[in-house]
Design a binder for this molecule. Structure first.
Ligand code: B12
Ligand SMILES: *[C@@H]1O[C@H](CO)[C@@H](O)[C@H](O)[C@H]1NC(C)=O
Ligand SMILES: *[C@@H]1O[C@H](CO)[C@@H](O)[C@H](O)[C@H]1NC(C)=O
Ligand SMILES: *[C@@H]1O[C@H](CO)[C@@H](O)[C@H](O)[C@H]1NC(C)=O
Ligand SMILES: *[C@@H]1O[C@H](CO)[C@@H](O)[C@H](O)[C@H]1NC(C)=O
Ligand SMILES: *[C@@H]1O[C@H](CO)[C@@H](O)[C@H](O)[C@H]1NC(C)=O
Ligand SMILES: *[C@@H]1O[C@H](CO)[C@@H](O)[C@H](O)[C@H]1NC(C)=O
Ligand SMILES: *[C@@H]1O[C@H](CO)[C@@H](O)[C@H](O)[C@H]1NC(C)=O
Ligand SMILES: *[C@@H]1O[C@H](CO)[C@@H](O)[C@H](O)[C@H]1NC(C)=O
Ligand SMILES: *[C@@H]1O[C@H](CO)[C@@H](O)[C@H](O)[C@H]1NC(C)=O
Length: 387
């Protein structure tokens, strides 16, 4: 499964150029399409200058919802070719987590590629610690796994892939167990996990309705909450918008190679040149102070003053200027923005499952340093953690 690792992505995308579809339960009605506009505008801000998985997500998402835009598509296809090439040159990306494993299995499965069902059954055991970050079940990861397993299950049932009965049975058991875990992360307002995992959780629940009762999930409530979050500018980076859009239009990744269509209406909203919703910061002339801490075994902290409206990263940069030994850090650009790779010279490692966790008031943040806006008097922290 590993050597063919990144290639399937390309094929998946080519496949997805075939118009998609199947109408699903719970989706945004046509008269509400206008409420999805901020997402499309944000996706249009996607930077094409560098190959990131962000552009891949944007393209996939646009294809899934049936929006055609030649200019945008050409640029994105160039990017994907570039990514595939680069990954081949680097002898494949190391497999770092189950979210990526699920994406790969899904791609192989959708392309009717060659994969071992027995390996899938061995890897995807719901008790595997890779579904968790620390003690927290990762809804994004679980949802992606449900999509992958559902695809595999369907090809087994269709007889496209041969296997013994026990594998099929185990896969069903896994899906049921993962769906339970996903549903147990449902919040009172309908979000599943957090704002950014909800779209993927919805996709997983769309394809697995055999595994839960109608009363277990109020799809409409979830949908309404997501629409509210859109209006508040929550999906302000292209990849966040790309990950939530398909579910809102009733689409899942399993639809990419279906060709009946019921989203002709989607052609109605072309991407406009309107500015995306940005959080305005009228109070940006004034200053705020935050208590910034670096916690390893010891805790180091400082009172850092930054302009009102600053993000976490601004605080870290200011602190670094104050004392480079204690607050020095490095970061790496990723599809979700800047990712903190080291602080005080201590590097995060996939092998050791270590990372720099971001917290506010002792609670993990659901955004990165480039997006999270800090508040006056807040206690923010970067903590040396294991997942
Ligand atoms: C795996 C994962 C992690 C792993 C990454 C390392 C590893 N071994 O893979 C760990 C557990 C370390 C991690 C950490 C964090 N994560 Co994370 N992570 C994911 C997850 C489940 C899959 C990412 C992936 O592999 N994508 C597939 C590959 C092909 O794409 P990629 O772009 O190359 O993936 C890389 C980046 O995504 C990067 N990464 C992972 N998380 C984050 C978060 C941020 C803010 C950034 C900039 C980069 C980044 O690591 C990936 C592997 O190299 C996503 C879920 C999702 N929906 O995308 C959440 C997700 C991206 N993470 C998220 C968050 C919030 C974080 C943290 C900020 C949590 C925290 N409170 O500390 C930290 C990052 C802090 C920092 N140092 O800057 C959010 C981002 C939401 C947002 N609006 O910004 C997501 C969407 C989960 C969620 N629903 O909340 N994460
Ligand atoms: C599929 O992969 C297996 C090993 O994983 C190999 O034995 C088999 O020959 C492959 N089949 C095809 C058609 O490539
Ligand atoms: C699959 O299910 C069978 C029983 O149906 C069980 O004996 C076996 O251990 C399972 N395999 C895995 C990898 O869990
Ligand atoms: C586009 O929207 C208009 C009104 O908003 C509607 O009358 C028309 O049928 C829609 N077009 C398609 C292709 O659905
Ligand atoms: C994206 O926005 C830019 C302006 O920011 C505009 O020139 C371009 O036409 C837009 N692209 C699409 C596909 O709408
Ligand atoms: C910071 O700006 C926000 C509006 O963006 C305002 O509500 C808040 O009172 C300001 N805080 C300070 C301390 O100036
Ligand atoms: C700042 O944070 C540190 C620990 O992170 C704590 O010990 C200290 O009391 C905090 N200071 C204030 C003023 O809250
Ligand atoms: C933290 O303390 C433990 C126990 O004293 C030690 O084993 C570990 O190496 C320390 N970690 C770091 C990053 O300094
Ligand atoms: C942090 O510094 C600011 C500006 O110097 C000051 O007004 C504030 O009282 C300080 N906060 C703490 C908790 O020391
Ligand atoms: C940074 O902090 C360390 C430890 O408190 C101290 O020894 C060093 O002098 C500080 N450096 C600067 C430039 O303030």
């Amino acid at each position: 499964m590993k050597q063919s690792h990144q290639l399937p992505l390309m094929g998946l995308l080519l496949f997805s150029l075939i118009p998609s579809q199947l109408c699903e339960i719970c989706e945004v009605s046509e008269e509400n399409y206008i409420r999805l506009k901020p997402l499309l505008n944000t996706m249009n801000q996607s930077k094409y200058t560098r190959g990131t998985s962000s552009s891949v997500n944007v393209l996939l998402s646009l294809q899934l919802v049936g929006i055609q835009n030649q200019n945008l598509k050409q640029k994105l296809i160039q990017q994907i070719k570039y990514i595939v090439k680069r990954r081949q040159a680097h002898n494949g990306n190391p497999l770092t987590n189950y979210y990526q494993l699920s994406l790969d299995v899904l791609a192989l499965c959708l392309l009717n590629g060659n994969y071992s069902t027995t390996k899938v059954v061995n890897y995807f055991i719901p008790e595997n610690k890779n579904y968790y970050f620390g003690s927290q079940f990762s809804v994004d990861t679980g949802a992606m796994a449900v999509l992958a397993l559902t695809c595999v299950k369907r090809s087994l049932i269709d007889g496209q892939v041969k296997t013994d009965e026990s594998n099929l049975k185990n896969i069903s058991i896994y899906i049921k167990s993962l769906v339970e875990k996903i549903l147990s992360e449902k919040k009172e307002n309908g979000l599943i996990g957090n704002t950014f995992s909800t779209g993927e959780a919805m996709q997983a629940l769309f394809v697995s309705s055999d595994y839960y009762h109608e009363n277990d999930w109020n799809c409409q409530q979830t949908l309404n909450t997501v629409l509210t979050e859109i209006s508040q500018g929550a999906f302000s980076i292209p990849i966040a918008a790309a990950q939530v859009l398909p579910a809102l239009m009733g689409k899942t990744f399993l639809d990419v190679n279906k060709d009946s269509s019921c989203v002709s209406a989607a052609g109605n909203f072309s991407i406009s040149t309107q500015e995306p919703i940005t959080v305005t910061t009228p109070g940006s002339q004034s200053s705020i102070s935050v208590n910034y801490s670096v916690r390893i075994n010891e805790t180091y902290f400082a009172n850092v003053t930054v302009p009102n409206g600053s993000v976490f990263l601004d605080v870290m940069e200011k602190a670094q200027k104050m004392n480079d030994t204690i607050f020095g850090f490095t970061m790496e650009e990723s599809s979700w923005g800047p990712y903190i790779t080291s602080v005080q010279g201590l590097w995060a490692s996939n092998n050791d499952r270590t990372y720099w966790e971001l917290l506010s008031g002792g609670k993990p943040l659901s955004q990165g340093v480039g997006s999270y806006v800090v508040h006056d008097g807040e206690n923010v922290e970067v903590r040396w953690s294991k997942y």
